[in-house]
Design a protein around this ligand. Structure first.
Ligand code: NAP
Length: 336
């Protein structure tokens, strides 16, 4: 299910995947977590150079910059696939539409192509994004992710969100949604890279028609995973892109390890959303959509280390990823 509906300025494919809504989602996209001061220009540049999928979130505090970047690019809105995420303190069903309106106002657009529930855990309602008690422990909300999902389902009828999905859910949590709600998630955005391949879970999601968007596609590249309060020891293991195997495979194609890692995700039928605010890195990432031979795809499977870097379970007081692998060594700590 691939298309070639637009041409990148850098010679490469422009793969698209089809969501269970019938809409197309680009395989190669652009993340916007961190560096808010750079996001307006980098989003604009990314779009001008051929990126068509922009991933953001309410909690990243960059929606205004992203909205300005889209305008600055000069591209018509309908040429951009825009995804944002609802934050956990806005999960009460009565808050969902207002929260999305806030995002749309800041993004300066009448709709998003995809709205995700950022995590399955619900925080107490209110303006405090990380509501904590006197001991610093997260205060949970009284509703569940099922209540939130039902409100998101209603929202699709307003046209404000063309598709809805989840992020950071376990298999069991997605099964609950499938059982108790009517709209299946179009997307699960989750951590996937050669060190955390989640092969069975990916196959299961595919069998349910749920498209996977890989966050942190470069693995432990982001310093956040070494510096954050909930960093695990494994964040200090060799960076994915320093693996000699990736360099060796890259030599066959005249590509860098970064490009091999991104192409591996795309050739597995997923989307990847690397984040970069550096011009040459963005160009490198843009040229990462090409075919990898089956033998090379198989060889990359040997790198699976079941190493999950993004795990705020103890801070959020919710055992995330409970039925998935890579949850050993979770540490207590906080980022906000
Ligand atoms: N749903 C969730 O809970 C969740 C969690 C994490 C991330 N995300 C999304 O996924 C996006 C990407 O994740 P991420 O930022 O954690 O990880 P990432 O994209 O795998 O890695 C980003 C890091 O890699 C560097 N980088 C990017 N391209 C490079 C290249 N070609 N060569 C060398 N270094 C390169 C960046 O440097 P510079 O910044 O210096 O350019 C940055 O330090 C985020 O921006 C966000 O949109 C979602």
């Amino acid at each position: 299910m691939q298309g070639q509906s637009f041409v990148r300025s850098i010679a490469t494919r422009a793969t698209q995947h089809t969501l269970n809504t019938g809409a197309k989602i680009p395989a190669l996209g652009f993340g916007t977590f961190q560096d808010p001061e750079s996001q307006e220009d980098t989003v604009s540049l990314a779009l001008q150079n051929g990126m068509r999928l922009i991933d953001t979130a309410r909690v990243y505090n960059v929606e205004q910059q992203v909205g300005r970047g889209i305008k600055k690019s000069g591209l018509p809105r309908e040429d951009v696939f825009l995804c944002t995420k609802l934050w956990c303190s806005d999960y009460h069903p009565e808050d969902v539409e207002r929260a999305v309106d806030d995002s749309l106002r800041d993004l300066d657009t009448p709709y998003v192509d995809l709205l995700l529930m950022h995590y399955p855990c619900t925080f107490a309602r209110g303006s405090e994004r990380f509501p904590r008690d006197a001991d610093g422990r997260m205060i949970h909300g009284e509703t569940t992710f099922v209540d939130t999902w039902k409100a998101m389902e209603k929202l699709t009828k307003t046209g404000k969100a063309r598709a809805i999905g989840v992020s950071n859910f376990s298999k069991g949590e997605i099964e609950t949604l499938l059982r108790e709600c009517t709209t299946p998630p179009a997307v699960h955005q989750m951590e996937v890279h050669p060190y955390l391949q989640q092969k069975q879970f990916n196959e299961w999601l595919r069998s349910k028609g749920i498209h996977v968007v890989q966050f942190s596609p470069l693995g432990n590249m982001n310093d956040f995973y070494r510096q954050t309060g909930w960093a695990k020891d494994i964040a200090n293991m060799m960076r994915v892109i320093d693996q000699p195997l990736l360099k060796k495979i890259g030599q066959k194609y005249g590509k860098t390890p970064v490009q091999i890692v991104l192409a591996w995700g795309i050739n597995n039928g997923r989307s990847v959303i690397p984040k970069s605010v550096v011009d040459w890195q963005m160009e490198e990432n843009l040229a990462a959509d090409f075919e990898l031979a089956e033998e090379d795809m198989k060889a990359i499977e040997t790198l699976d280390a079941k190493a999950r870097f993004n795990d705020p379970s103890m801070d959020y007081e919710w055992r995330l990823y409970s039925d998935l692998y890579g949850i050993e060594g979770t540490v207590r700590g906080r980022t906000h």
